[in-house]
Ligand binder design. Structure first.
Ligand SMILES: Cc1ncc(COP(=O)(O)O)c(C=O)c1O
Length: 336
């Protein structure tokens, strides 16, 4: 049996707490606003299906709002059961919150900022993403090579109880062998300046294809119903995050964005964000394209040590009845 125990360390900040993943942080944000069975959350149609699990575990309902090609809300439905509305900062680019704040005030619902993609990113005024609404959450493992981790911010006076904010509860447990091996190859690639880790990933995808007929991991059947991830963040991930040179990481990401903007100009792709706003730290390079062109982008991405994949795994309720452009978005992931 794997040895696992809980450690508690002092929390220097009274308005945030840590979790194993963003889904747990989202669930906690709903619990804080006293979200009950049959209450409803308003969420964008363009979202990864896993996130529904936070609502479903509480017995709640979701109403979806449509988004345009720039991933801004097209309309925000009104319903008396709606208790919270979720605004998403896609790919680390700040979502304009004014329309959401307006809606939230007029309809007396809580605004929650999903910043799972935007650790280290800020809006044009320099305000950290994830901290701009009543509640907001940010994921670490999408931006840094850590096993897990997410943080929940609250701007509500009565957000967290005293015990929650005084101590950070973390899980002390040896990381899985698969993650440790991947990390070793990643470090080796960085040291030798050759993307071995990407080629290992390709081999592993081919192997998966032979076994299952799918290159990417199959989404879990109950992904929309069960979070299926540890509640507490791993101690190892927590320590690693403290050591990150944030400025350097932001600079690396911004340079990469500019690099791909220029490099991909000759291909027939349509960047989701043709400009890189001040203070934005991009999760990756998102673009609309067709499958043939994506192959060329993927090749270029791999040569530079990065992965390119479609996003998101749409919710079951949305996938068969949505605009075509929801299924044509891809992104180059800047995770090293
Ligand atoms: C926009 C968005 N929000 C939330 C999540 C959930 O993040 P986590 O996997 O850390 O629970 C995801 C997952 O990829 C996501 O893309």
């Amino acid at each position: 049996m794997v040895e696992q125990y809980e450690v508690k360390i002092h929390n220097k900040n009274k308005d945030n707490i840590y979790f194993g993943c963003a889904r747990h942080a989202f669930k906690k944000s709903l619990e804080i606003i006293n979200f009950k069975k049959f209450d409803t959350v308003l969420m964008p149609e363009f979202i990864c299906r896993d996130l529904l699990s936070s609502v479903n575990e509480l017995g709640g309902n979701v109403i979806f709002y449509p988004v345009d090609k720039k991933l801004r809300p097209l309309s925000l439905p009104i319903n008396q059961n709606i208790k919270a509305i979720l605004a998403v900062n896609y790919f680390g680019f700040s979502q304009d919150l004014s329309i959401f704040k307006d809606y939230s005030l007029k309809n007396n619902v809580f605004l929650i900022e999903d910043n799972a993609h935007g650790y280290l990113s800020s809006d044009v005024d320099g305000t950290m993403l994830g901290t701009r609404a009543n509640l907001g959450f940010t994921s670490f493992r999408k931006i840094l090579p850590v096993y897990d981790g997410a943080i929940l911010y609250s701007n509500l006076n009565n957000g967290f109880n005293v015990n929650e904010i005084k101590k950070i509860s973390l899980r002390k447990e040896k990381l899985p062998l698969r993650f440790r091996t991947k990390n070793l190859i990643r470090i080796l690639s960085k040291y030798l300046k050759f993307p071995f880790h990407r080629y290992v990933e390709i081999l592993s995808r081919c192997y998966r294809y032979l076994l299952t007929g799918y290159y990417l991991p199959m989404p879990l059947i109950d992904a929309e119903h069960k979070i299926g991830y540890d509640l507490l963040m791993n101690y190892n991930s927590f320590l690693k995050i403290q050591k990150i040179d944030k400025e350097k990481e932001i600079e690396r990401r911004r340079k990469l964005y500019e690099f791909f903007l220029v490099k991909l100009k000759t291909l027939s792709i349509d960047p989701l964000y043709p400009e890189l706003p001040r203070y934005t730290s991009p999760y990756g390079f998102p673009f609309y394209s067709n499958q043939n062109e994506v192959k060329k982008v993927s090749r270029l991405a791999i040569l530079n040590g990065f992965d390119c994949s479609p996003w998101p795994d749409l919710p079951t309720e949305i996938i068969d009845n949505c605009p075509e452009y929801y299924k044509k978005l891809y992104f180059i992931d800047f995770l090293e």
